[in-house]
Design a protein around this ligand. Sequence first.
Ligand SMILES: Nc1ncnc2c1ncn2[C@@H]1O[C@H](COP(=O)(O)OP(=O)(O)OP(=O)(O)O)[C@@H](O)[C@H]1O
Length: 308
Amino acid sequence: MNPILKVENLSHKYASSWAIRDINFEINSNGVVGLLGSNGAGKSTTMNIICGALLQTEGDVRVNGINIQDDPIAYKKQIGFLPQQAPLYLDFTVQEYLEYSAQLRLMEKRSIKAAVEEVLEKTAITQMRSRLIKNLSGGFRQRVGIAQAIINKPRLVILDEPTNGLDPNQIIEARKLIKNIAQEHAVLLSSHVLSEINLLAREIIMIEAGRVVFSDTLDAFNNVLQPNTLMVRMLNMPGVNDLLAIDNVVKVEMLPDNKCRLHFTSNDDLSERIVKKSADLNWRLTAIHAEITVMDDVFKQLSSNFSQ
Ligand SMILES: Nc1ncnc2c1ncn2[C@@H]1O[C@H](COP(=O)(O)OP(=O)(O)OP(=O)(O)O)[C@@H](O)[C@H]1O
């Protein structure tokens, strides 16, 4: 059976510089595959090519075995896309916009009404159907964007940074919705937020400077990543020099609320030693946990492990 999505040796050059280089991956089942990368890594370029919005310089993309050049209509029918800027018509009502989206996807006229009802319900916006899109909050607009992406039941749904710009409550709701959608569709979701990908994805493709530096399951990803800092809270916080005197601690960041971040070279028994020292010296330790720090560290670690 054909993979839902197969990306082979994909490269793209804008003017004179390569934005992505030799990207390869496959999606074979429903669920979320996270496309992770920092700003400018090449996520949007990759997604725009997969959606047919941008013609690649080199390489091949197939959805259900179909190549866009061979049969653009059959190819695009298999894909739902929510770009970073949702393509909403602000003067349409939600219902008008979804009907229009269905027509653009060349859905049969007689199936449109039922399809609109179904996506209104799935994305929990039925009560907003008669509202003008310009009068909706960011969270509801994003739901409308997701609704148009799934209206023709595509095998593959592509969401480019779908929670960008939403407030924390809207982010939680949007993530719940994406999880539900992913039960019935393969979802390729891009984000530069590590925790978001961790929450949603079953597989991760990570790109850095246009190249894939990691491609495997979420479990494999978490096994590769080694924490390199400890967050510690102590009610009797010692001085920086006392903390630097602990073996393997190479840097100390003092933080508000009786907390500090300890950077270490190796975590061998470090937590245990801190707990013991705190007990001996009455530092009154109340919290200690390992942290993966920032994306840059993750990239560094993965690049050194995986890039050729
Ligand atoms: N239209 C364009 N013309 C020239 N260069 C571009 C164009 N679009 C993107 N780039 C460059 O290509 C590289 C990849 O950009 P892309 O937008 O794909 O990254 P991204 O991972 O989606 O980043 P972000 O998270 O900021 O959207 C960047 O160096 C970017 O500056």
